[in-house]
Design a protein around this ligand. Sequence first.
Ligand SMILES: CC(C)[C@H](C(=O)O)[C@@H](O)C(=O)O
Ligand code: SF4
Length: 473
Amino acid sequence: MSNTKNLFDKVWDLHTVKTLESGQDQLLIGLHLIHEVTSPQAFEMLRDRGLKVMFPERTMATVDHIVPTQNQARPFEDNLAEQMMSAIEKNCREFGITLLDVDDVRQGIVHVVGPEQGLTQPGMTIVCGDSHTSTHGAFGSIALGIGTSQVAHVLATQTMALGRPKVRQVKVNGELGPGVTAKDVTLYIIRKLGVQGGVGYAYEYAGDVFDRMSMEERMTVCNMSIEGGARCGYINPDQTTVDYLKGRPFTPEGAAFDKAAEWWLSLASGPDAQFDDVVEFDAADIEPTVTWGITPAQSVGVSESLAPVSDYPEDEQTLIKEAFRYMELEENQPIKGQKIDVAFIGSCTNSRISDLREAAKVVEGRHVSEHVKALVVPGSQLVRKQAMEEGLDKIFIEAGFEWREAGCSMCLAMNPDKLVGNELCASSSNRNFKGRQGSPTGRTLLMSPTMVAAAAINGCVTDVREMLSAVTA
Ligand SMILES: CC(C)[C@H](C(=O)O)[C@@H](O)C(=O)O
Ligand code: SF4
């Protein structure tokens, strides 16, 4: 393979069946993940046309969005949720697809379980009817969120038509300061490039900072690519990737694993790889970051104050004014010290075991502020089980957190976990859109799970670095 090709182009070319008259490429899809929200109509489309699922063994289903995290007894109290559950159960049964249902210990948020099971592998094309499918790019795959009609198309043909995006390398070099996490890196990139900045691009994240990250941290970064407008994001596979995948249920074993690993590593963009664009940031400039507005790009470092409307370019001022109005925040106010009502640790961005471990370190021996409702929702049942084996559940519960069952929960509140009225929530999730967390006037401040933990304890936005130094002192 030519070594000027980046990983994206190598993987794309390997999966191109043919170029269509429209100019789009027909791509073969290696793995199709489905969940209960975007699949029911797709199966109806197959039924209408009398079609089968072409490769049921390349399709994996889970339930996450509507799953209650407290009372999971069937039928679910919410009728619509129960209908969606029954639909995916019936569809998977009839079309021969494995479903990780709530009574299966492998169940969880689709973007947590794919990697956890070793389904997500380097060099694959992966799709799911869900925008945060970009998460799986952390393994050096092309991982794309798709719409329901494309879900139907992939079910029926295991291919889909797509225009090739350009590739931008996003480099972050240098050392991250203490208390600065993968979430802060991704929020910083989105702040700098904007929510539309990535439109038309796939992002390759490269540089020391990503090289040193664990797979879980890489997933946090790739997860939010979509919030920066990119079609997807990825990180080149390396030894960290190979080590993570070894021994997972769906990865090959023995000599077959070694052979696969060799191929995975060969896909990485080499030093001469070409990109359509390159941007570079310095790790030293990144602080723990908090969104204050209604798009994931409206964020500040925790030590900053909110810039007044007049500081923004004229064409942005209407949106900024609206953000101040909706969020009930003031120009020039510091973000630190802003009182919160709810603290949510969860979502496909930050609900993995390392997220819970780091948050527990902040929480241990402390207590959630009296006026705060705080909850921890593990990303999968296996994460939950692991955390309980390590005693993390006790640390959270003793501190006054609620310890829930796995699912998407308050990330988008399609289940009973919702904000009430204009509650302000410190959240480790990925979207702060108006009404996102279940109340039409609910307000969200996105931050890292350790920053959420710190905010829960102090009852207000807190610089977690001050609490970390107190732990080590
Ligand atoms: C329900 C689903 C279609 C949606 C998505 O695509 O992202 C959800 O997961 C979200 O995070 O808003
Ligand atoms: S956790 Fe949130 S962002 Fe992730 S898939 Fe679920 S609803 Fe979407």
